[in-house]
Design a protein around this ligand. Structure first.
Ligand SMILES: *[C@@H]1O[C@H](CO)[C@@H](O)[C@H](O)[C@H]1NC(C)=O
Ligand SMILES: *[C@@H]1O[C@H](CO)[C@@H](O)[C@H](O)[C@H]1NC(C)=O
Ligand SMILES: *[C@@H]1O[C@H](CO)[C@@H](O)[C@H](O)[C@H]1NC(C)=O
Ligand SMILES: *[C@@H]1O[C@H](CO)[C@@H](O)[C@H](O)[C@H]1NC(C)=O
Ligand SMILES: *[C@@H]1O[C@H](CO)[C@@H](O)[C@H](O)[C@H]1NC(C)=O
Ligand SMILES: *[C@@H]1O[C@H](CO)[C@@H](O)[C@H](O)[C@H]1NC(C)=O
Ligand SMILES: *[C@@H]1O[C@H](CO)[C@@H](O)[C@H](O)[C@H]1NC(C)=O
Ligand SMILES: *[C@@H]1O[C@H](CO)[C@@H](O)[C@H](O)[C@H]1NC(C)=O
Ligand SMILES: *[C@@H]1O[C@H](CO)[C@@H](O)[C@H](O)[C@H]1NC(C)=O
Length: 439
């Protein structure tokens, strides 16, 4: 339905890996102003061309992009197609106010996350989910949540994914949200094409590990990474090693996510060991306090392989008071060499994506969901799973010409068209809206 004539607006990065079997269709339906951003403070590893503009949303509580991902699988009998979706935000003080805003992000009518932007860092949010075989429209919305905090977006990426990785966690009905992905040996961001899945591996800019930890490059000429979640080889080439062989490597983390979350740790031995050398450690989560599913969280002993990658998957981690958690990599008694680590990933499984506003209502950009982020020119009924639009407040929106056919919106009870310049006669279908009582 094209009541409000939004153009294709965002600088949209549609990136498709070699695994792709997508066609690209144009984005529609978000209104906003393009702003230029100085990229002199842009961190390395980001495309300054992409980050040099953003789209700012001054009007309306909620603005959306709809991407029609036409997934023509080569073999139509294959299972559901998965996509990686990433929204990126580089504030760069574009408005000279030195106040990076925060706002909410929604995906297909479901809460995604609160975005807290930064003066000089690129903030991004990643998720993976399976396209519905009947409807492959992806809708990303930005909602203003504070006065003076104008939502903006710098880039949106959609990437077709091999459906194997992270599959232990993936029931196709549930989305996977990434909180963090850090590679401790690298000093710059690693992304496509070094990661053929297009994931972003960030360096540990905060130097979170023990001060006695150093980066050690592997002596192996190649590292096999064909393990379950396929980390990029470059991430496995350099490890963080604690020089003090009796000390732990400790990772503290905090998260606002209230559900149990999952962690993948990646390891690779940096040198050929002789018969008297041994590198071996246990991984202890939250001092061994049980996870949500009742397991005592100790993994090991872990012996990193040389020339290969090893992945340890830690499920259902819960945070302690104040949202903190702790991972300790503790050398075993017989270990002669200090502990090491290559990379860390943290993610959680979201709620089942609800169906979205009843598709009879034909909107792009879910108008009703998630509550309370309904569009400010509609009102919806209270059906939690598939709400219907019951009121249209189109007062003074500068609508001109004739009305489109919205006869399918047969749950409408009230329509306010006042203060517009609609020139054509009242269409007949308005008479078919059986619940319409106020026009
Ligand atoms: C942004 O920069 C381009 C050229 O770099 C310029 O043409 C355009 O007018 C600028 N836009 C604004 C809003 O300053
Ligand atoms: C911000 O300040 C710079 C330099 O003073 C100026 O060129 C730019 O137009 C200002 N931008 C806005 C949005 O006020
Ligand atoms: C979405 O997030 C907002 C803000 O945190 C919250 O108030 C609301 O209840 C959430 N809605 C759903 C359906 O979870
Ligand atoms: C993850 O899934 C793979 C493939 O189904 C399976 O081989 C592996 O054992 C699973 N790993 C865990 C930790 O469940
Ligand atoms: C090595 O770590 C142990 C345990 O934390 C500590 O007691 C010792 O002082 C450390 N040694 C050095 C040289 O830092
Ligand atoms: C290493 O971790 C273990 C297990 O939590 C703990 O008992 C030990 O005190 C830690 N060692 C140091 C030096 O912090
Ligand atoms: C790499 O190999 C060289 C010689 O073979 C050795 O001296 C060095 O210690 C090794 N470095 C690592 C990190 O294994
Ligand atoms: C193993 O390597 C270590 C360190 O290079 C060395 O001190 C030790 O003598 C070697 N042991 C054997 C059996 O070669
Ligand atoms: C798919 O969803 C979009 C947006 O929610 C809607 O406009 C479209 O009609 C739906 N298509 C089908 C075939 O259900």
């Amino acid at each position: 339905m094209n009541i409000l004539n939004f153009g294709p607006l965002l600088r949209l990065l549609l990136l498709f890996s070699h695994l792709s079997c997508f066609d690209i269709v144009v984005p529609v339906s978000a209104k906003g102003e393009t702003r230029n951003v100085t990229t002199k403070d842009l961190p390395p590893g980001w495309d300054s061309h992409v980050m040099s503009t953003l789209r700012e949303f001054r009007t309306r509580k909620k603005n959306c992009y709809s991407l029609d991902v036409d997934h023509k699988a080569e073999d139509s009998s294959t299972s559901v197609e998965r996509v990686l979706l990433r929204a990126s935000f580089f504030y760069g003080n574009y408005d000279n106010k030195s106040t990076p805003p925060s706002f909410h992000l929604q995906i297909n009518g479901n809460n995604w996350t609160r975005v807290v932007t930064s003066m000089d860092q690129v903030v991004y949010q990643e998720m993976v989910y399976s396209l519905n075989s009947k409807n492959s429209t992806i809708t990303v919305c930005l909602s203003q949540t504070h006065v003076d905090n104008l939502p903006f977006i710098s880039a949106l990426e959609v990437r077709s994914w091999d459906s194997d990785i992270y599959s232990n966690y993936t029931d196709p009905n549930y989305p996977l949200f990434f909180n963090e992905r850090t590679a401790f040996g690298i000093s710059r961001t690693v992304r496509f094409p070094e990661d053929s899945y297009g994931r972003i591996w960030a360096p540990d800019i905060d130097d979170r590990l023990e001060p006695t930890t150093v980066k050690v490059r592997s002596n192996s000429t190649s590292i096999k990474v064909n393990i379950h979640d396929n980390p990029p080889e470059i991430v496995m080439r350099t490890s963080a090693v604690n020089l003090n062989s009796s000390a732990n490597i400790t990772l503290y983390g905090s998260t606002v996510v209230e559900v149990p979350f999952h962690i993948n740790l990646y390891f690779s031995e940096v040198m050929v060991l002789n018969s008297t050398q041994k590198r071996s450690f246990n991984i202890i989560v939250n001092d061994g306090y049980t996870s949500r599913d009742g397991t005592f969280q100790k993994y090991g002993p872990v012996v990193p392989p040389y020339g290969r990658a090893l992945e340890v998957r830690i499920k259902n981690v819960i945070t302690g008071i104040l949202g903190w958690f702790k991972i300790e990599i503790v050398p075993t008694d017989d270990s002669t060499l200090p502990p090491l680590i290559n990379a860390y990933e943290e993610f959680y499984i979201g709620d089942k994506l609800v169906q979205g506003t009843n598709s009879d209502d034909g909107w792009t950009g879910d108008p009703c969901l998630p509550s309370p982020f309904t569009w400010d020119w509609v009102a919806c009924d209270s059906d939690a799973n598939s709400p219907r639009v019951i009121v249209l407040y189109l007062n003074g929106l500068g609508l001109t010409g004739s009305l489109p056919d919205f006869s399918a919106m047969d749950a409408l009870e009230t329509i306010d068209f006042s203060n517009n310049r609609l020139t054509q006669e009242i269409p007949e279908f308005l008479g078919t809206l059986s619940k319409l009582s106020i026009l």
